[in-house]
Ligand binder design. Sequence first.
Ligand code: GRF
Length: 196
Amino acid sequence: MRNLRIGVLVSGGGSNLQAIIDAIEVKKLKSQIVCVISNKKDAYALERAKIHGIEGIHINPKEEAYDDRLLAILKDKKVDLVVLAGYLRIIPIAMIEAFPDRIINIHPSLLPKYGGQGYYGIHVHRAVIQAGDKESGATVHYVDGGIDTGEIILQKSIPVYQEDTPETLQQRVLNEVEHNILVEAIQVMESKVTNC
Ligand code: GRF
C-alpha cells in the first residue's frame, strides 16, 4: 500500500475529479491530489480544485509548448499516478514513456465498444442508444499509445432502459458507475504501485 501523489488531468465539469476528492476526504483513498491540470481555462474542474485547496493549472494549448509544459509540471510535482478524468486530449508518447503503467483513463462505455476517435462525451451514449444496446457502463484502463485501447483495469455495466435518452444514460453512467470505478481503480493502483 502506498500513498500516491496524483495528478488529475481534466477538460470539463470534473465530477470524476470530485469523486476522487470526496474519497480522499473520507479516507477511502490514501493518496493525495497534488495538482489538477486543464487544457480549458473555464473548466469547472479547476473551480472544484480551488474550493478544496488543490493547485489548479491551466495550460493553453495555443500559446504554449503544451506537452512539454505538462510533462514538466507532472515531474516537478513528483506525480506517481496520472488520472485522466474527462480529459479530451491525446497523451503523447513521451508522457507514456515517462509514466509507464502510471496513467489511467476513465471512459464512459464498455470498452472495446464505443472507444476511439469521435467517441467521447454524449457521442458515446448516443451511439449506445442508437444501437439498441441493452447495457452500457464505463471502463477504467491504462493509457497506451492508442485511443481507449490500453489494458482494462475495471469495468462495470448497468442496464439501458427503454426510456433512456443519451442525456439520462450519461448521467446514470456517471453517477452509478464512473464515480465508483474510478475510485476503485485508484485503490487498485495504490496496492500495485510500489517502487516510485
Ligand atoms: C466522463 O463521462 C468521462 O468518462 C469522460 O468525460 C466525462 C467527464 O465528466 N471521459 P466529468 O468532467 O468528470 O464530470
